[in-house]
Design a protein around this ligand. Sequence first.
Ligand code: GLV
Ligand code: MG
Length: 328
Amino acid sequence: MSFTIVEQATPRLNRSELAVPGSSPNMFEKAAKSAVDVVFLDLEDAVAPDQKEQARKNVVAALNDIDWGIKTVSVRINGLDTHYMYRDVVDVIEQGGDRLDLIMIPKVGTAADVYAVDMLVTQAEDAMGRTKRVGFEHIIETALGMANVDDIARASKRNESLHFGVADYAASTRARTTNIGGPNPYYGVLTDTPEGGGERDFHWGDMWHYAIARMVVAARAAGLRPVDGPFGDFKDPDGYRAQGNRAAVLGCEGKWAIHPSQVELANELFSPPEKEVEKARRVLAAMEEASREGKGAVSLDGKLLDIASIRQAETLVAKADQIAARGG
Ligand code: GLV
Ligand code: MG
């Protein structure tokens, strides 16, 4: 291990993260009653410019009036290049009460962007005598943000998670995409002709692999949660599952839901499988027994356990316990 200790962000369940437009207050109650882990009330791209002010009022009211239970509640503010952003921050901190857990910063490009929002949030919190510190979620969704992802991840003590915003990322990098967050049939390889002749195969690839893997490394190296962003076609649960699974395999902790029907899918994909949890519990039990008996080496089912698998077991069991505490 390095002598540098990676401090972990506030642990929260983040399997599913539901986007709810701030301009649609009729959706708030349903979101509060859903099985989602994190709700973000959106003031940015889901809200038209002539509705920005009303949406902000709706969100402030929702933070005060709606019973969000044990869900994590976030507000996506407008970008730093707009004149909406400062008032988004000031109003939600000053008038939103204590229920606000996180602020989501879209299109973050540099560490200085994070610093600027941190300064504003800190002033507003101090002025209100707010003792609960709001955390930050950052959407990595521009070429600039991806180029500076490591610095962004370490830019504030408030940082909790990095999110891959595939729609804006595609626009920023001028990638050729079809549906939001899905694969592209042109991104693949053609196999050679088999010896002796025959058909060549075309294998689709994942055009988002690099971006997600890059973000995961930056997030984990800074102790943050990496979260995969939207999948646009909400009538395609199989497509959602496939994209969610590949993000989970790469280390993401969850995925956005842009429609309530995607919440259960995300919860299922990002909950550790029962079998793995059961094995992890046995690993921890074996470790405890070995330490009781004063043994240095721990073994299970005749195989020695290394420190890495014990750590993984601890993480897995902690997550399973968090999920159980939330009622599954
Ligand atoms: C999310 O904001 C995205 O652009 O994908
Ligand atoms: Mg976006």
